[in-house]
Design a protein around this ligand. Structure first.
Ligand SMILES: C[S@@+](CC[C@H](N)C(=O)[O-])C[C@H]1O[C@@H](n2cnc3c(N)ncnc32)[C@H](O)[C@@H]1O
Length: 337
């Protein structure tokens, strides 16, 4: 594992720190020279956190204690600036397994959104892998790139972000049959399946992450209709937290009940027809063009961010990345421009 993926050592300026204060309240701060966290419990100076080991307890001006920890990747993705909705950690974990992401793999991802899934994929492919992330909205790609840089402290060499539509850009960027894994997190993944089939190596995996059952059905039927993939498999992942304290051991009262479905299928070798498909004649997808036009962000309950808000998220994310770059420069003694 490279050094940047193993965040450890005493806190430095530019680090993000998760502070758990009185009554378990969480604050995430980026350590800055002269920086202070003001709450109604008092003032906590960043200089009192710098040089302390990860996991230290620090005290503010009012005598209140805060537990200081570097955020884990799952904490970071939940608190980082967002342009588009992110893949939650519970789904990211399943995606890595279901799509069989491995060290050294060439992986294509679209869209990149806020970069949450990109961070998990980069971690799984390692320095020897290659992640090509496609995003059609430039501002989203800027948020994602800044988030990835903030977390890793630099722009990873294994990563390339391509701004544009996957269907148009994928054939320009990769050779046919050269991609090991493709992960699609977008409203209409069926629009990309033909391009994905062309890019995937025989035996390669395509995984679609979709929010609604109607989208799940549409993409499964499209994949089946191509005759180029194995039968797809669909799952959803429910993670229920437990309260474990003394004799009070029970499931939490609240949980994230639904995020999305995962659908996977494998690319067949050219001309291969699996035995079960030969027996069962291929059915045409049961969706008319008018049905397809119904899948708008509003119709599937996807709330869109305003342009003004998105520009603010870009600025927030880029400011955090700048802090991380400065901290990385300070720790290696390199000058940061
Ligand atoms: C839900 S977000 C992705 C979130 C991301 N996986 C994450 O974890 O942060 C979906 C993104 O897909 C992008 N998108 C949709 N269709 C696309 C296409 N055909 N090509 C490239 N990007 C696309 C959208 O602009 C949007 O940013």
């Amino acid at each position: 594992m490279s050094a940047d993926l193993r965040p450890s050592g005493p806190f430095r300026y530019g680090d993000r720190v998760q502070l758990t204060g009185p009554k378990g309240r969480l604050h995430t701060v980026t350590l800055r020279e002269g920086g202070e966290l003001h709450t109604h419990h008092g003032v906590l100076r960043h200089e009192n956190i710098v040089d302390q080991p990860d996991g230290s307890v620090v005290t503010n001006s009012g005598g209140h204690e805060y537990l200081a920890l570097r955020p884990l990747l799952r904490d970071f993705v939940m608190s980082m600036p967002r342009g588009a909705a992110i893949v939650y950690p519970k789904d990211a974990a399943q995606i890595l397994t279901a799509a069989d992401i491995f060290p050294g793999a060439t992986v294509v991802e679209a869209g990149v959104g806020s970069g949450a899934l990109s961070l998990w994929l980069l971690r799984a492919i390692g320095d020897a892998g290659r992640l090509l992330s496609f995003e059609r909205r430039e501002e989203f790609s800027q948020v994602a790139e800044a988030n990835v840089e903030t977390f890793l402290g630099h722009y990873p060499a294994a990563w390339q972000v391509v701004v544009g539509d996957l269907v148009e850009q994928l054939p320009q960027v990769v050779e046919p049959g050269s991609v090991d894994r493709v992960v699609l997190d977008m409203l209409a993944p069926w629009e990309c399946i033909d391009a994905v089939a062309e890019a995937l190596t025989p035996g390669g995996v395509v995984l679609c992450y979709i929010a609604t059952a109607t989208q799940l059905s549409r993409v499964a039927e499209y994949i089946r209709g191509t005759g180029l993939f194995t039968e797809s498999e669909a799952t959803e992942t429910m993670v229920r937290g437990w309260h474990v304290e003394g004799l009070s051991v029970r499931p939490d009262h609240r949980m994230v009940a639904h995020t999305g479905f995962l659908l996977t299928a494998r690319r067949l070798a050219p001309g291969a027809v699996p035995p079960d498909v030969r027996k069962r004649a291929l059915k045409k997808p049961t969706y008319a063009d008018e049905d397809v036009e119904q899948w708008t962000p509003g119709a599937v309950g996807d709330r869109q961010i305003t342009d003004k808000n998105l520009r603010k998220r870009v600025r927030d994310a880029q400011r955090a990345a700048e802090g991380a770059r400065r901290a990385a420069g300070e720790s290696t003694g390199d000058a940061v421009n």
